[in-house]
Write a protein that binds this ligand. Structure first.
Ligand SMILES: [Zn+2]
Length: 462
């Protein structure tokens, strides 16, 4: 098949594609109160209806799956390939210089909430499909688009979809970055507690969300002199910044580090584990001293791979386990905290949870840990190789597989990989203010998807 006709046709739809993307952006489709027939709120439902109407106008068959997701296709028979995009967004948030729910095109970039995540990629898939249909491009196997509406809040749309409808054998989601993500580490969240009465430790707070390296932590102590604290700060030898404030006979200790996503703890500087190290060196009373020393021993400052707790694991295809002690609070005679772990494909959730709970027990804490298994489609599978070849042929760039610590829309779906659409070196401000997609990228993505669909659906190997 000569793809030049297809690419020229996609180029000719540039205006229509930007117009459709602008219309999708008009819907503030972030999760809102459920209503009758709108499990994720009215705007998400309306955005789904609008997208399916567009697909019908373009001549595809459509199906509404429980008002949670939609399917569009023009091919007959059981589809071999599914392309999974989502129409929900995160709320606009602060800092926008433009209207987040009205597309603005400026300097070749289209701005608006969802422009890159994931309404723009959805538009590229819809128009790639239109080009293949209108030009009658021969396909040996069928494919379908699946448009979800709950990716940002836990992907319950896909859970529902899989209970009610069969997923195609192979899938890609254009909801991450190029070239292709074939491995997503397993993920564990752990909550732990211990009761503790203390005369000297008054309070402790560090971290708010489990999936981030905390940039700030603070503790209030009494009955310990400022010079003792200063001596321990020196002994703790941390790169975070400590500062002391006197508060009515008590001393408040603040630690300031660097935040990072929990999947990349190396680029952060954990203020909480630094503060725990410092506190473990102070002459606190028992059991506070033993509990904090236990945490400092099992999950020490700058240990981001779990080696001190005996949890470290590593393999060639997915890299090292990462561990972040991300939350710890002490108030009302009670410690409560959280740990985030991303583990490689050589490990299982059950075995990592067991080791983590044992380490927390040694430190004196009760723990509840649970998690999800790693996700992997082998890099030498014909499906992965076919997508990479399509990417290389359209972009002229070298393709490769990437392993990540985060999870994508296809996590846990057999045969699913993430393919596009962010590129290295460009920050599209996903989830931030002034999110955008380059209009050229909107067009190029459609060409990459058209090429990928033709190659996968005509493959002899799949
Ligand atoms: Zn997304």
């Amino acid at each position: 098949m000569n793809m030049k006709n297809v690419f020229d046709y996609i180029d000719s739809m540039r205006e229509e594609m930007t117009k459709t993307l602008g219309e999708l952006i008009l819907h503030p489709s972030f999760r809102q109160e459920p209503e009758e027939g709108a499990p994720y709120g009215r705007p998400a439902r309306e955005c789904l209806d609008f997208a399916l109407e567009i697909c019908e106008k373009l001549g595809f068959k459509t199906e509404n799956v429980g008002n949670r997701a939609g399917v569009a296709s023009f091919t007959d028979g059981e589809p071999l390939l599914g392309i999974l995009a989502h129409l929900d967004v995160v709320p606009a948030g602060d800092g926008w210089t433009l209207d987040p729910y009205k597309a603005t095109i400026r300097d070749g970039k289209l701005y608006g909430r969802g422009a890159m995540d994931d309404k723009g990629p959805a538009v590229s898939v819809i128009y790639a499909t239109k080009a293949l249909k209108d030009l009658g491009v021969p396909l040996k196997h069928g494919f379908e688009l699946i448009l979800g509406t709950d990716e940002e809040c836990g992907s319950s749309d896909i859970g529902y979809f899989r209970e009610h409808r069969k997923m195609p054998k192979w899938l890609f989601t254009p909801d991450a970055s190029y070239p292709l993500i074939n491995i997503e580490k397993g993920h564990i969240g752990s909550r732990f507690t211990a009761t503790c009465e203390s005369e000297k430790l008054i309070s402790l707070h560090g971290g708010k969300t489990i999936n981030a390296v905390p940039a700030a932590a603070c503790a209030v102590v009494q009955g310990i002199s400022e010079s003792e604290i200063l001596k321990s700060i020196e002994a703790a030898d941390c790169t975070v910044e400590f500062s002391l404030t006197e508060e009515g006979g008590k001393i408040r200790i603040d630690a300031r580090g660097v935040s990072a996503h929990a999947s990349t703890p190396d680029v952060g500087d954990n203020a909480l584990t630094a503060l725990i190290k410092l506190l473990s060196l102070l002459p606190l009373d028992e059991p506070a001293k033993t509990l904090l020393s236990g945490l400092a021993r099992e999950f020490p400052y700058k240990d981001t791979d779990g080696s001190s707790a005996g949890i470290a694991a590593n393999d060639d295809i997915s890299g090292s386990l990462t561990l972040v002690l991300s939350i710890l609070d002490y108030e009302k005679d009670m410690f409560s905290g959280a740990i985030d772990i991303r583990f490689p494909v050589c490990e299982t959730s059950e075995s990592v949870c067991k080791k983590l709970d044992a380490a927390l027990k040694r430190a004196g804490f009760d723990a509840r840990s649970n998690g999800s298994e790693p996700h992997c489609v082998p890099s030498d599978s014909p499906f992965v190789r076919t997508l990479i070849s399509a990417y290389e042929s359209v972009t002229g760039k070298k393709g490769e597989c990437i392993a990540i610590g985060g999870g994508t829309y296809v996590h846990g779906i057999p045969g699913g990989v993430a393919f596009g659409c962010e590129i290295e070196g460009e920050d599209n401000r996903i989830h931030g203010a002034d999110e955008f997609i380059r209009v050229d990228a909107l067009i190029e993505n459609a060409k990459i998807f058209a090429e990928a669909i033709v190659r996968v659906c005509n493959s002899e190997e799949l």
